[in-house]
Design a protein around this ligand. Structure first.
Ligand SMILES: C[S@@+](CC[C@H](N)C(=O)[O-])C[C@H]1O[C@@H](n2cnc3c(N)ncnc32)[C@H](O)[C@@H]1O
Length: 284
């Protein structure tokens, strides 16, 4: 088939499979597997695809129709201007996570800090840690992640984004490794932990079910990791330090109450673009 025929076939097939953004997705898949982009020379669409390219493209379309995530097929995804490798075993960074990162940046800037000591708990692909490292080239950042598969992506992403000097990876359980750090050592604690209630996992959309359960499962009430952070990590935050957490849409009130019970006085719940509660930020 020609490149044009493949693109047309792919778009129709994705649409028939009910994929809403079929055109955008096929553009991404055609760029990745057929080399078609805005700079392709005139006549490129009429060229015959090489057999290998054609097979890879058709296989990607087939997998996408079965609910496999577009981002895993592409092998990389962008978060706040940082290109990150992703694949099975690591959570795909979401735009929603910008809410807790941007809130954190605003608070850091308001204090005039240029070299904050930051810990990113449950770091996954490193989306948060890397975005902050690029924003604050003098920041000293620790990224904690338990899954060996995710740590592989995290280290790779740190290298490819040129922030190896700034980010130290701790491969460990946030429920155990807090003892490695002195009390009051961090200016900022930030985290997008697993926060979905265990019972809701089987009902998640197919794409999300391809992502690691360990990145999603927040225990019976979805709050297990917030309790761990409040109990074991808050003491690691200096007086006047910033805590920024991504939350699920129903968790604004319970997470704020939990933090208040652990001595945080000033706590705000922030919304995403859809108006849903998405982050809790606490600065005292
Ligand atoms: C919701 S994902 C967030 C990933 C990344 N921070 C982001 O925003 O894209 C949660 C991450 O927590 C990791 N995780 C789960 N349990 C953990 C634990 N006990 N200690 C450290 N990391 C853990 C998962 O492997 C996953 O990478």
């Amino acid at each position: 088939m020609t490149i044009a025929q493949l693109r047309q076939y792919g778009c129709r097939t994705l649409r028939e499979a009910g994929i809403l953004a079929a055109e955008t997705e096929i553009r991404e898949l055609a760029a990745r597997f057929l080399g078609l982009n805005r700079l392709s020379p005139p006549g490129f669409l009429q060229q015959q695809a090489q057999t290998q390219q054609e097979q890879a493209f058709l296989e990607a379309v087939r997998k996408r129709c079965s609910g496999y995530p577009l981002q895993y097929l592409l092998g990389s995804w962008s978060f706040m201007g940082c290109e990150l490798s992703v694949g099975e075993g690591v959570l795909i960074p979401r735009d929603d996570t910008e809410v807790c990162v941007r809130a954190c940046i605003d608070k850091i800037n308001a204090r005039g800090w240029t070299a904050p000591r930051i810990v990113d708990l449950c770091s996954g692909s490193g989306a948060i840690a890397i975005a902050l490292a690029k924003r604050y080239p003098e920041a000293v950042i620790t990224a904690v992640e338990l899954s060996p598969e995710a740590v592989h992506y995290l280290e790779d992403n740190i290298r490819h984004n040129g922030v190896s000097e700034q980010i130290k990876v701790v491969s460990g359980d946030i429920g155990e490794c807090y003892d490695l750090f002195e009390d009051g050592i961090f200016d900022v604690i930030i985290s997008n932990p697993p926060y979905i209630c265990s019972a809701e996992l089987p009902g998640l959309q197919k794409e999300v079910q391809c992502e690691p359960e360990m990145a999603l499962d927040g225990g019976t009430d979805g709050l297990v990791f917030y309790r761990l952070i409040a109990e074991h990590w808050l003491p690691k935050l200096r007086t006047g330090g910033i805590l920024s957490l991504e939350i699920g849409e129903q968790q604004g009130q319970p997470v704020s109450c939990l933090l208040k019970a652990h001595g945080r006085r000033k706590t705000d719940v922030l919304q995403d673009l859809g108006g849903l509660d998405r982050a809790v930020i606490s600065e005292a």
